[in-house]
Design a protein around this ligand. Sequence first.
Ligand code: PLP
Length: 416
Amino acid sequence: MAGNRHSIYDTFFANRITQLKAEGRYRTFVDLERQVGKFPTALYRGPEGTRSVTIWCSNDYLGMGQNPKVLLAMHTAIDRYGAGAGGTRNISGTTHAIVEIEAELADLHRKPTALIFSSGYIANEAALDVLARLLPNCVIFSDAMNHASMIEGIRRSGCEKRIFRHNDIAHLESLLRSVDPDRPKLIAFESDYSMDGDTAPIKAICDLADQFHALTYLDEVHAVGMYGPRGAGVAARDGVMDRIDVIEGTLGKAFGLSGGYIAASATICDAVRSYAPGFIFTTAMPPAVAAGALASIRHLKLSENERTLQQTHTAYLKAQLNAVGLPQLPSTTHIIPIPVGDPLLCKAAADRLLHHHGIYIQPINFPTVPRGTERLRITPSPLHDQAMIDALVAALQEVWGHLRIADTLNKPKAVG
Ligand code: PLP
């Protein structure tokens, strides 16, 4: 390789970025400034200056990132404990706020123990890797739509895996049946799938787990805080939480903070705590984040207000979209995906919403969703009001008409 060492390597990376751009998959970030008390509006800093926009794609589903009790808990924790945890959990980082939040999460899910990670992504990656790796000759059964973090944990474990068609119980059963009954088995799935907004048949999967003696691992990242008594999730709502061996969740979505966790038996949590590099070798959660999350969980355990309002707004938006004939995927949850079916058009729609209508919705393209299923993913919160919903629907209609999206969606796809 001759020439300037730095620029030669840079060219490789630049070429790959050019490729992404050509495929319409290049991601741009929208520079936003959320302002206390004003969510879901925020300041957008764009090339044409700063303007106020309405956020319609936040995973702070209940606006808890702005809740005064949460903010107060965080301010108090900083004044009391300072900023950082001071080290890994093993070395100086197990602060009291983290011990408290683990107890609160164990109680939320009615499990003996919970274990905090720096994110939901790391929780999945670390826990699935360790659990499958420690079980001799384990086979993992994984839903085809599982999140990247679960796929990565499964890959790291090195275990044999069988992918079952999304939410397809008959397929899962046939795969379970095809494996030696004496081998350890783990079924990994999600409760709410965040890109389609559909829900897993949790009870039927638990029935199969009983029949085939499999461990159940359920990602409730998009459901904790949102569903069930005390916001414990969909398994709690469906009355099957005690049949799930490992519940994995996040503090970064409905709880409005950051961090991930598993709740499970003391032995399972101890095994993950003891063997997972992603848990062991990283600085612990800052106490103020733990304190904020603790306040958020405690609030949502007692208050139904946020969940009720959120569901009312979701139902209203779905009905309004239907009324004006805009398409939506058949969501059973608070997530409303609007199909566009083309990456460039999806980006163009998001750009027009932002620049002409002051509405921020991030386009969802491959690899987050399969090619040809690009979409806008809308998440109403309790803090959006009816006027905002009506304005959103009118803006979507204008953009759909302007970009002729319906024509593209209805165009027959090339075969071959
Ligand atoms: N699991 C699922 C299903 C997710 O969608 C996500 C993130 O969007 C994660 C896990 C990761 O959670 P976190 O954002 O806390 O890292």
